[in-house]
Unconditional design. Sequence first.
Length: 137
Amino acid sequence: MTSITSTYEGDLRCRAEHGPSGAILFTDAPLDNQGKGESFSPTDLMAASLGSCMMTIMGIFAQRHGIVLNGMTATTTKGMSADLPRRIVSLRTTLSVPIPENHPSRKALEHAALDCPVHHSLSADIDAAIEFKWIGS
């Protein structure tokens, strides 16, 4: 199990330290929720986690099969509820994959992305649409 220690620093800012590596990141409340918006919000990290997780699992498959995915991107657009309780209602992700649409591993890579732990952990109440763009030649 991995431990992450978060410390409230005041002024709606938190510091999180990744136990195994010591890496540090900060979160701020967003402008629309009384914050300064100077860093990722906690819900922004959830959006970043989804795209990063999908690309990581695709990368594991790609490494095993000699496929180069360098330059692949994931853009996740997060939607928040207008009513209370405040919550994420949508995480719509577009993955731009630098291989051609007719690549023989296309379906396996799509399956790998959808099999990532973050995607599996999302509530069924979240609209988590995934679009793949195959941009290689």
